[in-house]
Design a protein around this ligand. Structure first.
Ligand code: SF4
Length: 289
């Protein structure tokens, strides 16, 4: 086991949890476990943090068995019992519903995930959990950002923390700062019993594949480009964009005094010499006071 890798993932997760105040003393966190590398990593890292953090919180692993053909039902219960984590398996045949409602050849993901989300919210209430943790990581957040940018003309992505539409559930993404390549390596080293993610038979979303390939190519050619794009999501300057809802351009007036939303953003020194800069490390991200 590469301890440096584990330390990095744990540190990045701890920074995200602290920066966005994802988990607080007394929380009961439902960890959604699909059987993929991301959710196994999430559970493992939260378990490690549970023993080290200065706060107390409970974890309950939850798997939604969507009754996809060939789903190996025994794997998750055996794994969770072997590590002693309380768990719940929710059996709901969303697979048949999706197959019945969506015509053959059309993409099934949006209905499938809407059904899954509703079920997970209900289960979190039944288990008295006040937080729902998902295994999305840095590259998921970047991919969603580019999908919205390229195909929906919006500057938005999946946030580290959100409240559900009905205002009742808090969803958190503790792996927000963790790069996918680290998770792939970690999952390999820990030999998690991975369940294949293609059992539903859904076609891979071509647009998502396109942006995923783009990010992976950048990651190989210039990791700092990927980190810089990611960091930019936490360094937004509304006065230097075009959205009149975010910045009041209409009532903008000269005052003759220093103006912090002024033209400083065009100064050369705010564009560092990327070629000579060290690879951006997540530890450069500051914690909130
Ligand atoms: S890939 Fe399959 S299981 Fe995942 S959201 Fe799409 S339809 Fe559902």
């Amino acid at each position: 086991m590469d301890n440096k890798l584990e330390k990095r993932i744990v540190r990045e997760t701890a920074i995200a949890i602290t920066k966005y105040r994802m988990i607080e003393n007394g929380d009961r966190v439902m960890v959604c476990l699909s059987g993929g590398k991301d959710s196994y990593t999430l559970l493992e890292v939260l378990r490690l943090l549970q023993t080290r953090a200065p706060i107390k919180f409970d974890l309950v692993a939850v798997n939604l068995d969507q009754k996809q053909p060939g789903f190996p039902e025994h794997i998750l219960p055996e794994y969770l019992e072997s590590i002693g984590v309380p768990y719940h398996i929710e059996n709901q045949d969303t697979y048949s519903i999706v197959k019945r409602v969506i015509p053959e050849g059309k993409t099934t993901c949006s209905l499938c995930s809407r059904l899954r989300r509703g079920i997970l919210y209900r289960v979190s209430d039944e288990l008295s959990c006040n937080k729902i943790a998902l295994g999305h990581h840095r590259d998921d957040i970047l991919a969603t950002f580019f999908l919205n940018l390229f195909y929906a003309a919006k500057l938005k992505t999946m946030p580290p923390k959100l409240v559900s539409d009905d205002g009742k559930h808090m969803v958190i993404r503790p792996l927000t700062f963790v790069a996918e390549k680290d998770i792939i390596e970690y999952a390999k080293q820990k030999a998690f019993p991975i369940i294949p993610c293609n059992l539903c038979g859904s076609q891979e979303n071509l647009k998502r594949k396109e942006v995923g390939d783009m990010i992976r190519t950048w990651e190989k050619q210039s990791p700092k480009k990927v980190w810089n794009t990611f960091k930019a999501l936490s360094a937004v300057a509304p006065s230097h964009l075009l959205d009149t809802d975010l910045f009041d351009f209409l009532n903008l007036k000269t005052t003759g005094e220093f103006f912090e939303d002024g033209d400083t953003a065009f100064d050369q020194d705010t564009f560092p010499d990327l070629e000579n800069e060290q690879v951006i490390n997540i530890s450069n991200l500051k914690r909130d006071k």
